[in-house]
Design a protein around this ligand. Structure first.
Ligand SMILES: CC(C)(COP(=O)(O)OP(=O)(O)OC[C@H]1O[C@@H](n2cnc3c(N)ncnc32)[C@H](O)[C@@H]1OP(=O)(O)O)[C@@H](O)C(=O)NCCC(=O)NCCS
Length: 286
């Protein structure tokens, strides 16, 4: 295969026609909701309804890349947050990712936003962002705790509804650094109605995100939670929901500055340390 740069165009997702192409692009990470047609359609629809900017990169009339951006604000600063970027595994290192970043710059400028923000997934994606003009603005430092199955399955779970969640503020785990990044909010009932694959990728609205680890163990991760719900209640509900869904083990990730909210409660003890990196790129020239 040639490694020459490709002719790439980037355009907004068309939910009617793009699902199959996005599913194909994401095929190498099959635990993601975009990797299966039903959940891809559900998550694209829901994310679009929340006003996120979802794009595809086109090469020779074929979908070759996918990205999800959302406008956000933290500490008085507006930014455009990149929560998802994926390039077809057979077409990487040929400029498609860079073209999607350039489109994010263009879009941010059109909104009068001067900063892009993201968090890299690993060392390779970090180098990709650094080469595209992002700089490291924050190191997040935190803990991972594991909770074992307990006596929670019988507890009643009181899910917030979709309507309640709009406009809530969130406190973060290490997973993401954008307050409104909640691309697949759903409670159990909504997932069942829509046929979402509950155990492979599911969410408890406003409280947390569950997903299998990459190694497909029965593990769920909590990435976000509402700071309007008392911690004890949040923890009890998360554990109850997790065990009801059949998870045997739940991982909690949270930033060090929130330690006192978690450590020691519901028998949570830190087992590991974890770091996250926040990257920003000034788009300039508004
Ligand atoms: C990261 C990614 C979006 C970059 O897209 P791309 O079209 O390959 O990017 P470009 O061609 O503009 O730049 C290529 C550079 O990206 C970096 N890169 C990061 N991950 C890479 C990967 N899995 N394969 C190839 N290059 C990768 C390298 O620095 C590469 O430079 P090189 O070609 O000199 O090795 C793409 O590689 C990808 O989808 N990776 C898997 C998913 C992922 O990590 N997404 C980002 C999550 S935060």
């Amino acid at each position: 295969m040639s490694n020459s740069k490709l002719q790439v165009t980037v355009r907004p997702v068309n939910i009617e026609t793009d699902v199959d192409g996005i599913v194909r692009v994401v095929r190498d990470e099959d635990y993601l909701p975009w990797a299966k047609p039903e959940s891809c359609l559900a998550v694209l629809t829901h994310t679009a309804a929340r006003g996120f900017y979802q794009t595809v990169a086109i090469v020779d009339d074929i979908i070759a890349g996918f990205a999800v951006w959302n406008e956000d604000r933290e500490n008085g600063e507006d930014f455009l947050y990149l929560s998802m970027m994926h390039v077809d595994m057979d077409l990487r290192s040929r400029g498609i990712g860079a073209a999607m970043i350039a489109d994010g710059v263009r879009y941010a400028k059109s909104l009068g936003i001067s900063v892009l923000r993201t968090m890299p997934e690993d060392e390779r994606s970090l180098s990709f962002y650094l080469r595209n003009g992002f700089i490291i603005t924050e190191h997040l430092d935190g803990f991972v705790c594991k909770a074992q199955a307990g006596n929670y399955a019988a507890k009643e779970i009181n899910h917030p509804t979709f309507e309640m969640i709009d406009g809530l503020e969130f406190v973060f785990g290490l997973g993401q650094a954008a307050p409104q990044f909640m691309f697949g909010l759903s409670d159990l009932r909504v997932q069942q109605e829509r046929g979402w694959p509950v155990k492979s990728f599911s969410f408890c609205e406003g409280l947390l995100q569950f997903r299998y680890d990459k190694d497909k163990t029965e593990t769920a991760q909590m990435l976000y939670w509402s700071n309007l719900v008392p911690t004890e209640k949040t923890l009890a509900e998360i554990l109850a929901l997790g065990y009801t869904l059949g998870f045997e083990k739940l991982d909690f990730e949270f930033r060090r500055k929130f330690s006192e909210l978690f450590i020691g409660r519901e028998n949570l003890q830190p087992e590991d340390y974890k770091e996250g990196i926040v990257l920003e790129k000034a788009v300039g020239g508004l």
